[in-house]
Design a protein around this ligand. Structure first.
Ligand code: ZN
Length: 563
C-alpha cells in the first residue's frame, strides 16, 4: 500500500506547520504544536461529547423548504440540495439525547459546513424541539454553536427564529433546568444574539470567535483597526462575557462536573469525626479573650486561605464561573458551582490572594460593581437551580475608586442585599477574614452567618474610624476595641450565629483542618435550612435582619457587656 504525503500530513491552519494527520484526528483536530482548534461537524461533535452508545437522535418534522422562493446568484433550493448532498444532514443542526459521564443531557449541535450553520426555520425548529424535550424530561440542555448568523434566504422568518429559541430557553429558566452553551468557532449574528448567549453557563473553545457583528462589517463601518484577539473566547472571558475557555480534550470532563453539581439532589451527610466537638462555639464566653487589634492583624494575615483555596478544599469538582455578562469580570469576587459532600452549591467569595502580584491583580479583595453583579448573576442561577448559596467574606471593603463610582458601586451593593434577602434557597455565610463594611455585607444577607475565630466584621476599618473620630490614624487599636469587631463581640451582638474555632495558631497555620471545619459547619447549616419551605426561609431571613436595632428584639439578644 502506498500512502501519499498529502493524506498522512496536513498543514495546520493555525501555525502552518506540517502535522501528522492520524495524531491530529485522534486529538479531535487540535494541533499538537499551536493548540489551534479546527472545525468539527455536528456528527463528530456529538460523538466526541456523548458517552459511547448513549446517543439517541431527537428528530422532528420540518416546514417546507424555501418559504420565499428565494434566488440570489443561485436558487436557495439548489443551495439546500447541495448542502444536503455534501453533509448528509437535512439541516444545519443535529439534536440528540444521551449522557455525558452518565449524566443525562439533551444536545442541540449546529454544523458550520451546512450553509454556514445559518439560523433558518429548520435550525430554529430543531433547537426549539431539543429545548422542549429537555423541558418535558427535566434534563439539562447543551447547545453547541457554530454559525455565521441568520439565513438571509428565509427573510423575516429567519429573524423570528431568534425569538422562538429565546423563549424556549426562557421556559427552561422558569422550570429551573440548567442550560449550557458550548461556543465554537465561529458564532455570529442571530445565533449569538439568542441561544448562544442566553444559557446559564457559557463555555467557549480556545480561539473561538463570538459576536453580533462580524469583524469585517465592524471594520468597514467604523474604519478603525480592531484590537488584537477581538471577539475571541479569551477576549470575551477577560470582559466578563463568558464563563470559561476550555480546550477540546477537557470538555467532556468539564461538562460532566457542571451537570453533576447542578443536580439539586443531596445525599445526607454521614456522621464524621469533625461533627462533634467544641470547635463550633455559640457562647461568647467560651472564646478566648484577645485585644481587638490582634484580631484585626490576624484577620489580615496574607497567608490565610483565600476563597479559591477554600473552594478547592471544601468542594468536589469546583468550576469557576466568571463575568457579569455586561462587559467586566471583577477578580476580587470569585464564584462557581461545586458539590459540598455530595450536595450541589453555589460558592461566592471575596478573593485577596497570597503574594503581592496576586493581591494587586485581585485589587486586594476590594470588589468593583462588576464583582457584585457577577455575584448576583450566580445567586440568581443558584435560585433557578435550587442550589444553596455559600458566601465566604474577606474584604477590606468595596473598592473606593473613580471607576467603581462611575459604574454604580452603591447601586450594586444595595441591589445585592435586596436580592439576597429574597433568595428562595438556603444562604450561608462564613466571615473568613476581614468583614469590611458594605462591601462585606453585600455578600452576607444570609440565613446563617458564621465567623472564623480570628475574623472581624465592622462598619469601617479601625484606621478609617480612628482618622475620622480620633483625628489620628494611630488610634486604630483603640478604635478596633471600641467598634467591638472581633468574633466574641459579634456573637454577643447576634451579628454572627456561631464561631468556628481556628485550629493551631490560626487558619493560616492549619488551612486543611480549617477547611474541614468550615465544610462540616456549612454542610450542616445547608441541611437544616433545606428542610424549610422557600417562603419560610425568606420570611425567617427577613425577620433576622428586621430585628437588628429593633426595640422589640432587645431581650432576645445577649447584652453587650463591658470588657
Ligand atoms: Zn498548529
Amino acid at each position: 500500500m502506498t500512502v501519499t504525503v498529502e493524506s498522512t500530513w496536513l498543514i495546520c491552519p493555525g501555525c502552518a506547520d506540517l502535522v501528522f494527520r492520524p495524531k491530529y484526528e485522534r486529538a479531535q483536530r487540535v494541533c499538537p504544536g499551536c493548540g489551534h482548534h479546527a472545525r468539527l461537524t455536528a456528527r463528530e461533535r456529538l460523538d466526541g461529547l456523548l458517552d459511547l452508545g448513549s446517543h439517541k437522535p431527537v428528530e422532528t418534522a420540518l416546514a417546507a423548504d424555501d418559504p420565499l422562493g428565494f434566488t440570489d446568484t443561485r436558487p436557495y433550493r439548489e443551495r439546500l440540495a447541495a448542502a444536503r448532498e455534501a453533509t448528509g444532514m437535512r439541516e444545519a443542526a443535529l439534536c440528540a439525547s444521551g449522557t455525558i459521564e452518565s449524566h443525562p443531557v439533551v444536545v442541540a449541535c449546529l454544523d458550520f459546513s451546512f450553509v454556514g450553520g445559518s439560523l433558518g426555520s429548520g435550525v430554529g425548529e430543531l433547537v426549539t424541539v431539543a429545548a422542549e424535550k429537555a423541558l418535558s424530561e427535566r434534563v439539562p440542555l447543551l447547545i453547541v454553536t457554530a454559525s455565521g448568523g441568520a439565513r438571509m434566504q428565509e427573510g423575516a422568518l429567519s429573524l423570528m427564529q431568534m425569538a422562538k429559541c429565546s423563549q424556549a430557553l426562557a421556559k427552561l429558566d422558569e422550570a429551573g433546568i440548567l442550560t449550557i452553551a458550548l461556543i465554537t468557532d465561529p458564532t455570529y449574528g442571530g445565533v449569538a444574539a439568542s441561544f448562544a448567549t442566553l444559557p446559564d453557563v457559557l463555555i467557549a473553545e480556545p480561539g473561538a470567535h463570538l459576536g453580533f457583528a462580524g469583524p469585517r462589517v465592524i471594520a468597514q463601518t467604523i474604519r478603525q483597526e480592531l484590537p488584537a484577539g477581538f471577539q475571541t473566547a479569551e477576549f470575551l472571558l477577560a470582559r466578563g462575557l463568558i464563563d470559561a475557555v476550555v480546550p477540546r480534550p477537557a470538555l467532556r470532563r468539564t461538562l460532566a462536573r457542571l451537570l453533576a453539581a447542578a443536580r439539586p439532589d443531596a445525599p445526607t451527610m454521614g456522621e464524621e469525626a469533625a461533627a462533634q466537638g467544641e470547635w463550633l462555639v455559640r457562647d461568647p464566653a467560651a472564646l478566648p479573650r484577645r485585644a481587638a487589634w490582634d484580631a484585626v492583624r490576624l484577620a489580615r494575615e496574607a497567608a490565610r486561605p483565600t476563597a479559591l483555596d477554600y473552594a478547592g478544599m471544601i468542594l468536589e469538582d469546583f468550576i469557576e464561573l466568571r463575568g457579569d455578562r455586561a462587559g467586566k469580570d471583577c477578580p476580587a469576587v470569585v464564584g462557581g458551582i461545586g458539590r459540598l459532600r455530595g450536595r450541589g452549591v453555589m460558592l461566592i467569595g471575596h478573593q485577596k490572594g497570597h503574594d503581592t502580584a496576586e493581591r494587586v491583580r485581585r485589587n486586594f479583595g476590594m470588589p468593583t460593581p462588576a464583582g457584585y453583579r457577577k455575584a448576583m448573576r450566580l445567586m440568581r442561577l443558584a435560585a433557578k437551580l435550587g442550589l444553596p448559596v455559600v458566601t465566604l467574606v474577606d474584604t477590606p471593603g468595596a473598592y473606593p475608586g473613580i471607576e467603581a463610582e462611575e459604574e454604580g458601586q452603591a447601586w450594586a451593593i444595595a441591589e445585592s442585599q435586596r436580592l439576597m434577602s429574597g433568595l428562595p434557597v438556603p444562604v450561608v455565610t462564613v466571615i473568613t477574614g476581614e468583614g469590611g463594611s458594605g462591601g462585606a455585607l453585600a455578600l452576607a444577607v444570609s440565613d446563617r452567618v458564621l465567623a472564623l475565630s480570628n475574623a472581624v466584621y465592622s462598619v469601617i476599618s479601625p484606621e478609617g474610624c480612628a482618622a475620622i473620630l480620633w483625628k489620628d490614624a494611630a488610634a486604630a487599636p483603640q478604635a478596633a476595641e471600641a467598634l467591638r469587631l472581633s468574633a466574641p463581640e459579634l456573637l454577643r451582638q447576634g451579628i454572627v450565629d456561631a464561631v468556628i474555632t481556628e485550629p493551631g495558631d490560626g487558619a493560616h497555620t492549619a488551612p486543611a483542618r480549617t477547611a474541614e471545619l468550615i465544610q462540616t459547619a456549612v454542610r450542616r447549616a445547608c441541611d437544616d435550612l433545606a428542610a424549610l419551605p422557600p417562603a419560610e426561609l425568606v420570611e425567617r431571613r427577613r425577620r433576622r435582619f428586621r430585628s437588628y436595632g429593633s426595640p422589640s428584639s432587645e431581650e432576645t439578644r445577649w447584652p453587650i457587656t463591658a470588657t
